[in-house]
Design a protein around this ligand. Structure first.
Ligand SMILES: *Cc1c(COP(=O)(O)O)cnc(C)c1O
Length: 360
């Protein structure tokens, strides 16, 4: 059994994907070009944002978003400690200070009440993460941020396709970001990402920063980077995006299947309108459970075993163990189960009975 069955997905769309790749190879256009343009239009349309700017990864999407807003040295950016390192890395790389807050135990997303307490005059932005494909509580976050003129950037690297109160992930705040890393809900065959906004000025800055700060060829009016998406990845995404809603339906059905099997106290809460980037349960003696699952032929993974505030890379910030207890508790208990639109019913049943055996 595969943890995420990318091979089955490729086989399902093989002829379309092979044709799309061949067309790029014979076109000789490898960076930007018409596949990228088509993808950006399709993404903007899908998310209902005015602008979608593709880029080289989810990490670069966050970096470019922060640069576009003008976050820099001395600024503080509030973000959850229970996330992938990239969220805080982007903040630290540009010389700003990550301010970590704890998350809610139910869905592992940032706790808006704690954001309010973490705000100082130096707070320039908030990066909520829509973890595990469930959107963070953007109404509450916007309420805290908007009257203080603090920018909100969604880290939607796990939530492309999720819906929050009728709006799509990516279009929930000033800027939304996502990742097309192969194992994400919408993945390419390499690295890729996208940035969403409906603000014309921000969109222009984002586009410029993505391509070395150029405003016209070899006219550099800002400091930027090489953050472009290549045409092959765009062509692959153009194929996969067409099948994405069908996959989402299957993902939601599979998530409901897991929801029915595991008591809510023993798992992460999954929203009906989320995309279940991972399906994650909570167990007490995780090493033992993983050992039994492995013996029973069921792969699993831990997202994430150590929260960022106690990672060595962020030790300069001065946090210590015990500071963010829910993030620490979740890190000790979470375990992600095999999940993708290509997980079969039989495989899911096998996973469920293996988990029951391993946790009894
Ligand atoms: C995957 C991920 C990223 C980084 O995306 P890349 O495309 O791998 O750079 C950032 N934040 C979260 C929450 C992620 O899951």
């Amino acid at each position: 059994m595969e943890f995420i069955n990318l091979k089955a997905q490729y086989n399902a769309y093989k002829s379309e994907i092979d044709d799309a790749i061949a067309a790029v190879l014979s076109s000789g256009q490898f960076i930007m070009g018409k596949e990228v343009e088509a993808l950006e239009n399709a993404l903007a349309n899908y998310v209902s944002a005015k602008y979608a700017i593709s880029c080289s990864s989810g990490t670069d999407a966050l970096l470019i978003a922060l640069l576009a807003i003008g976050v820099g040295a001395g600024d503080e950016v509030i973000t959850p400690a229970f996330t992938f390192a990239a969220t805080a890395e982007a903040i630290a790389l540009i010389g700003a200070k990550p301010v970590f807050t704890d998350v809610k135990e139910r869905d592992a997303n940032i706790d808006p009440k704690l954001i309010e307490r973490a705000i100082t005059p130096k707070t320039k932005a908030i990066i909520p993460v829509s973890l595990y494909g469930n959107c963070a509580d953007f109404d509450e976050i916007e309420r805290v941020a908007s009257d203080r003129k603090i920018a909100v950037i969604e880290d939607g690297c796990q939530s492309f396709g999720a819906i929050y109160k009728g709006k799509k992930s990516g279009a929930l705040s000033d800027i939304g970001t996502t990742s097309f890393f192969p194992s994400k809900p919408l993945g390419c065959y390499g690295d890729g990402g996208a940035i969403f906004t409906s603000d014309k000025n921000l969109a222009k800055k984002i586009e410029q920063i993505r391509n070395h700060g150029q405003e016209g060829r070899y006219e550099h009016t800002a400091i930027g980077l090489n953050g472009r998406l290549d045409a092959l990845q765009a062509a692959i995404l153009n194929v996969k995006l067409k099948h994405f809603d069908d996959e989402l339906q299957t993902r939601r059905k599979l998530a409901s299947g897991y929801n029915a099997a595991f008591d809510e106290s023993k798992r992460i809460f999954y929203d009906q309108n989320g995309v279940a980037a991972q399906y994650t349960i909570r167990v007490k003696n995780r090493d033992k459970v993983v050992e039994t699952l492995t013996k029973l032929g069921v792969p699993s993974a831990v997202h994430y075993p150590k929260p960022l505030h106690i990672q060595k890379a962020f030790s300069y910030l001065g946090y210590k163990e015990g500071d963010l207890p829910i993030s620490e508790k979740l890190s000790n208990e979470v375990l992600s189960l095999p999940f993708s639109a290509f997980l079969t019913q039989e495989e899911q049943e096998k996973v469920i009975s293996a988990v029951k055996e391993a946790t009894c």
